[in-house]
Design a protein around this ligand. Sequence first.
Ligand code: GLP
Length: 252
Amino acid sequence: MNITIFESNEALDRQAAELIARTITERPDAVLGLATGSTPIGVYRALISLSAEQRLSFADVTTYNLDEYVGLPPAHDQSYAYYMKQHLFDHIDIPLAQTHLPDGMAQDLAAECVRYDQMLENQPIDLQLLGVGHNGHIGFNEPAGQLVGGTHLAELEPATRAANARFFEREELVPQQAITMGVASILKAKHILLVARGADKAEIIQQALCGPITTAIPASLLQLHANVTVLLDKDAGKDLMQHDSSLHLVHS
Ligand code: GLP
């Protein structure tokens, strides 16, 4: 695992954007796995600037998002489809037909999960961007005794709904379910880029990256992957730095 801890969030965002840009430069028809939540917003902003500066084209890129709420149409301002357009797709030259999210409005949600997995099978992900929940969830793979490998319907934990309530008018409006890629789908990506920021993520980051590999902390399964890059701000990295004295802050 390649871990870098940044003094500033701007430097972190820039580094994440550069890694994504490099993937596209090396392979213009790269398949990117994308994430939502507050963490990637700055990364997308940096990627938009970087792609403008470097004239990076997304014309041949394909994207797959990790997850989508069940019951929110794409036009709903809290759907992940809306988020992706707002924070990235509307600002780059990617054809929308090459962008994919699970359809949380599908009549047959089980069939939608199979369809999504089939597409992922046909187009393996080159680089998967990931955030992490306070309870260690990745995508919407919540802590549990057993985890599901493929794309599936997930019941959201009360803690996850409470954490995401800040984006909704009221907590009751946060959907109870989501469709999410499973842990096997995530681990199949050739390269995983995990980003976390804020002191509230410090403990879970330390446990996930240095603690036992357990389904109780789905992000701990990332320890099984051979090519993971972790980018943290100084707050999210503080417990890790205490644990591992070889880790230092990057100042620029
Ligand atoms: C959400 C998403 C995850 C995200 C996580 C952390 O519920 N399903 O993909 O990584 O929770 O969100 P944030 O970045 O807002 O802390």
